[in-house]
Write a protein that binds this ligand. Structure first.
Ligand SMILES: *Cc1c(COP(=O)(O)O)cnc(C)c1O
Length: 373
C-alpha cells in the first residue's frame, strides 16, 4: 500500500465543482490581484479566528516580515524566537535587520519553553515570536504575562495552527492568533488551510497595525498612487482568495477529522514503550498539522516505514540554531538541550482529513512490526 503524507488530490475531488466555479469566476472577471474574493476571505477569516482585522498577503513569510516592519522593529533590536521551527520564523527577523535570539523548546508541546524566555530578555529585546508548532498551541498565558511585564510585542506565528484553541486561566477558550499584537498565517498548499499556490495573512485587533500592515504589503499605500512610505508588493492573488474562501467553509469539519485521526494514533500507539506520543495539556485543542512521535530508533523506523510505502517526514531535521545559516551565532549544542536532543528523534506520521482507518491501521501495524522484530 502507498500512503501519501498528505492527500491534496482527494481533498480537491471532494469539492471540485464548487472550486472550479469559484476559480472560473476570478478568471472571467480578471480580478487577479486582491479584489472581492480576497476581501470576502479576509472578512470570513477574521471572523473564524475571532479578531477584528485580517490583511491578506502573498505568503506566511511575508506576513512575518510585514508584521515586524509595522511594529517598527529593525537594526539594533532583538527578537526572541523558538529554536525549533521552520526557518521562516527567524529569517523574517534577520530580514528586517534585527537580531535573532533563540529559546529552547518545551519538552512536551515542542513550542517555545516559556520558562527560558526571560533569561534572554535585555534592553534591546523588542518582541517575542511564538510558533504554535505542529498545530499545538503555545502557552499563551505565560507568553502574554512575560511580554506585558517586559513591555514586549508578541507575534504569533500560527502558520501551522488554523483554528487551534487555547483555554486562558480565566476559563475562556480562544483561537490562537487572537492573543498577540499580531498573528501570521500561511496558506501554503500543505497547511491545514491551503491555497493553490502561495498565500498568507496577518491578523490583529489593533486598527493602526491593520492599517500599517495593509499599506506596507502594498507599496506603502491605500489608494492608487499616494505612497506614504516605501513598502513591498505582498498582495494575495484573486484566485487564492477564491480558493481559500471555498475551503474555509470546510475547515472546521476537516479539523475534526484530523482530531479523530490523531486520537486513533494516540489510542493505538500509546502502549509502545519505545515511542513517545504527543502529550496534550487539557487546556489546549490542537489541530494536528503534524502528528509527531519520538523514538531513539528514528532513522531505522523511518526507513522501515518508507520501504512499506508510507510517506513520513521530519519537522525539522536540524534545529534552527544548528543550521549553517546561523553558524555566525556560534551556539553550542548545550545551549538548546531539548531542541538538540529532539532533532534526531522526531518523526512525523501521515495525517490529513481524508486519511482512512485502513491507512492508519497499515501505518500503526508497520510500527508494531518494527518494534517487535
Ligand atoms: C509554513 C510556515 C511559515 C512560512 O509560510 P510560507 O507561506 O511558506 O511563507 C512560517 N512559519 C511556520 C511555522 C511555517 O510552518
Amino acid at each position: 500500500m502507498h500512503i501519501p503524507f498528505i492527500d491534496l488530490k482527494a481533498q480537491y475531488k471532494s469539492i471540485k465543482p464548487e472550486m472550479d466555479a469559484a476559480i472560473s469566476e476570478i478568471i472571467e472577471n480578471s480580478s487577479f490581484v486582491q479584489g472581492d474574493a480576497v476581501k470576502g476571505f479576509e472578512e470570513a477569516y477574521a471572523q473564524a479566528i475571532g479578531v477584528n482585522h485580517c490583511v491578506a498577503v502573498a505568503n506566511g513569510t511575508d506576513a512575518l516580515v510585514v508584521s515586524l516592519k509595522a511594529l517598527g522593529i529593525g537594526i539594533g533590536d532583538e527578537v526572541i524566537v523558538p529554536a525549533n521551527s521552520f526557518i521562516a520564523t527567524s529569517e523574517a527577523v534577520t530580514l528586517v535587520g534585527a537580531k535573532v535570539v533563540f529559546v529552547d523548546s518545551h519538552p512536551d508541546t515542542y513550542s517555545i519553553n516559556t520558562e527560558k524566555i526571560e533569561e534572554k530578555i535585555n534592553a534591546k529585546t523588542k518582541a517575542i515570536i511564538v510558533v504554535h508548532l505542529y498545530g499545538i498551541p503555545s502557552d499563551m498565558d505565560s507568553v502574554m504575562e512575560i511580554a506585558e511585564k517586559n513591555n514586549l510585542f508578541v507575534i504569533e506565528d500560527a502558520a501551522q495552527a488554523h483554528l487551534a484553541e487555547y483555554k486562558t486561566t480565566n476559563g475562556k477558550w480562544k483561537k490562537v492568533g487572537s492573543f498577540g499584537d499580531l498573528a501570521t498565517f500561511s496558506f501554503y498548499p500543505g497547511k491545514n488551510l491551503g491555497a493553490y499556490g502561495d498565500a498568507g495573512a496577518i491578523l490583529t485587533n489593533n486598527e493602526e497595525l491593520a492599517r500599517k500592515t495593509r499599506m506596507y504589503a502594498n507599496h506603502g499605500r491605500i489608494s492608487k498612487y499616494d505612497h506614504e512610505f516605501e513598502g513591498i508588493n505582498s498582495r494575495m492573488d484573486g484566485i487564492q482568495g477564491a480558493v481559500l474562501g471555498v475551503k474555509l467553509k470546510y475547515l472546521k469539519a476537516w479539523t475534526q477529522k484530523r482530531r479523530k485521526a490523531a486520537d486513533y494514533y494516540i489510542s493505538r500507539l500509546q502502549s509502545i514503550n519505545d515511542i513517545k506520543i504527543p502529550i496534550i495539556n487539557e487546556n489546549y485543542r490542537p489541530v494536528w498539522h503534524l502528528f509527531v512521535i519520538r523514538t531513539d530508533k528514528r532513522d531505522e523506523l523511518l526507513n522501515y516505514l518508507k520501504n512499506k510505502g508510507i510517506s513520513v517526514g521530519i519537522h525539522y531535521p536540524i534545529a534552527l540554531p544548528n543550521l549553517k545559516a546561523y553558524k555566525y551565532l556560534n551556539h553550542l549544542l548545550s545551549d538548546f538541550p531539548v531542541a538538540n536532543s529532539y532533532q534526531g528523534k522526531i518523526l512525523s506520521l501521515p495525517i490529513f482529513p481524508e486519511i482512512t482507518k485502513e491507512q492508519q491501521d497499515y501505518i500503526i501495524d508497520a510500527i508494531y512490526e518494527f518494534f517487535n522484530k
